[in-house]
Design a protein around this ligand. Structure first.
Ligand SMILES: [Zn+2]
Length: 612
């Protein structure tokens, strides 16, 4: 008893104290999981969804959560819809004249700043309503975590370059594929689900939130609007003259420091040499947006800033962008309508304009004030090369920034493409992209243009689970260039069931980029047509011996060529097989191998095709 009495009294005191606290704290705690730990941690997916569900339950007239597919490991991909009046139907929203802004987070799941920023923004719009006015003319939809399987592969050792939080997800998906290289080829279930979701909602503006790698500098927020000659000119103007400067100014006014460009050094060993241009091919989310005729914005928070600075910086960027899109909603919707209409006219005849397939820096720099950090360059006894070490003292210098762009490859466009039905994987990717496809109902013989390609080389090491063709540029570790594709007009028979993709549709550019062999992420480059480069029939030595003797006897020019080759080429002279192949390769039997004959036809007209 002696002992128990004080314990009992203490218990009563504690109970009444905690009841008092509870009564005082009647207002629910709406801090996000990251806010609760002062940004020391980021929530895993169940905790993220629990917070989202709590908000949806508190604001059912504003917030709805939908599943839009499953990851490779079977998790449910979710999208959060935030609509001021409880209208959650895409068609009804489009009809209301409101713009739809899609924010994608955690495609690289170790870069989850945008997820935690979106949780705060959602709370401020739907619960505390301090930011409710951002939705007057906009419906916000966001993917809290896109690379979900990567997100749940949590470790403190996933991102060596990054300053927090304590544990984070992994860059690639459950099959170790980088989803931000998969948009065009659509190998993963996540990409396939994304495309279906995207076309259900058909957003007016797309944002992809990341965290950088690369150099150290003062900026915490960097971002880049689509940069390609293939973005509709009016859209590009609005992005560069309105969206970019206004977002940067608002982010800066909120106490962050924004740079409206991706930051890649021309020379990793020497920041003074300035900034390079980043590519935006259709393998990337924002490159895909160009094919979708929609503006895209890539956001990169700086990896070395603390997690609170990064999440709040991402928040301010999204808030600022919502303000601009909310104000300019009608203009944005009109721009997209025009861009869709222009894409649907790409196959119209006559069309002598060249369509850009590949772009590169044209050598033009814009001198730009850059807020970097002081650095020293020294010879490293570790690497044996120069290395850069930064110290956190401002280095404000005017640097050359690569801004000019030129078209390095372009094509005149056909009216459409015809793909023989046996190329099922190629067709399947077009279907996954929701390109409108029509099958022929009977065999069709007609005039098309076809490519004959040669000189291709392939990557030895895998890249994104494939061995794509070498392209000779763009940071490849293996030298080698894309071969040659020559176009010829031919009369060809295509079997019934062949697939026609006409360039009279909103997604014409998807068909072009997938089916023009020289496009940077074409089916050809990714290896979907590798088998056309294989020789399938060979001549036996004793059969070729006979052919060789007959042809040498009757063709003096062939005899001269053969003898010259033996004298000029010792490898050839020393190889019995090569010497026999010389005769096989100059025979009609070899021609029947049709090596490099690209089977897709470029249709000059859709007239007369027996289509479904
Ligand atoms: Zn990233």
């Amino acid at each position: 008893m002696h002992l128990r009495t004080p314990v009992f009294i203490a218990f009563i005191l504690l109970s009444s104290l905690s009841m008092g606290l509870r009564a005082q704290a009647a207002a629910p705690d709406w801090r996000t999981p990251a806010e609760i730990t002062s940004y020391r941690t980021t929530p895993d997916y169940p905790e993220t969804v629990a917070y989202l569900d709590r908000i949806a339950a508190a604001a059912p007239g504003t917030v709805k959560i939908e599943n839009f597919g499953k990851t490779g490991e079977g998790r449910d991909l979710k999208i959060v819809i935030v609509s001021k009046d409880g209208v959650f139907d895409p068609a009804a929203i489009h009809a209301s004249g409101r713009a739809i802004l899609l924010v994608q987070n955690s495609i690289h799941a170790g870069e989850m700043d945008g997820k935690d920023a979106c949780l705060s923004l959602l709370r401020d719009i739907a619960v505390t309503k301090t930011k409710a006015a951002l939705l007057d003319h906009v419906v916000l939809i966001f993917i809290p975590v896109y690379n979900l399987d990567g997100h749940e592969r949590r470790s403190a050792y996933n991102r060596i370059n990054q300053n927090g939080p304590e544990v984070m997800g992994w860059r690639a998906n459950g099959s170790n594929l980088n989803l931000n290289r998969d948009y065009m080829k659509a190998d993963t279930p996540e990409t396939r689900a994304f495309l279906k979701m995207f076309h259900r909602w058909l957003p007016d503006f797309f944002v992809d939130d990341h965290v950088t790698d690369g150099m150290d500098y003062q900026y915490d927020v960097t971002f880049q609007a689509d940069d390609s000659p293939d973005v509709a000119p009016a859209t590009a103007r609005w992005l560069h003259e309105t969206v970019t400067p206004e977002v940067a100014a608002q982010v800066n006014a909120a106490g962050h420091l924004a740079f409206p460009n991706q930051i890649f050094l021309n020379d990793e060993d020497d920041p003074a040499k300035g900034l390079a241009r980043a590519g935006n091919e259709p393998r990337y989310s924002t490159g895909q947006m160009i094919l979708e005729n929609r503006p895209g914005l890539l956001v990169e928070l700086h990896m070395l800033k603390d997690y609170k600075t990064r999440v709040t910086g991402n928040y301010e960027l999204l808030r600022a962008l919502l303000e601009v899109v909310n104000r300019d909603a009608a203009k944005l919707i009109a721009l997209n309508r025009e861009a869709d209409a222009a894409a649907a006219k790409l196959g119209a005849r006559p069309n002598n304009e060249k369509f850009p397939l590949e772009v590169a820096w044209n050598g033009e720099n814009t001198p730009t004030l850059f807020h970097g950090y002081q650095y020293t360059r020294a010879l490293s006894e570790v690497s044996g090369a120069m290395w850069v070490s930064y110290r956190h003292e401002p280095w404000n210098a005017t640097l050359p920034v690569a801004t000019g762009v030129k078209v390095t490859d372009s094509v005149t466009l056909p009216a459409g493409y015809i793909v023989p039905p046996q190329w099922t994987l190629v067709i399947d990717v077009l279907a996954a992209h929701d390109v409108v496809l029509r099958r022929t109902t009977a065999a069709w013989t007609g005039k098309v243009e076809r490519y004959r390609c040669s000189g291709m080389q392939w990557k030895d090491a895998p890249f994104e689970g494939r061995h794509p063709m070498l392209d000779g540029e763009g940071g490849g570790t293996q030298p080698g260039r894309f071969g040659q594709c020559e176009l010829t007009a031919e009369t060809v028979t295509y079997p019934a069931g062949s697939v026609v993709a006409a360039l009279n549709q909103r997604l014409s550019k998807v068909a072009i980029h997938w089916l023009e062999p020289e496009a940077p992420d074409s089916a050809m480059r990714w290896g979907f047509f590798d088998s056309i480069f294989e020789q399938k029939e060979y001549g036996e030595g004793y059969v070729i011996e006979k052919l060789a003797r007959e042809n040498l006897a009757k063709d003096p020019a062939l005899k001269t060529e053969f003898e010259h080759r033996i004298q000029a080429d010792p490898h050839f002279a020393a190889s019995p097989r090569a010497r026999l192949e010389f005769f096989y390769e100059r025979s009609p039997w070899y021609q029947e191998n049709r090596i490099g004959q690209y089977p897709v036809g470029r249709l000059l007209s859709l007239d007369g095709l027996p289509l479904q």
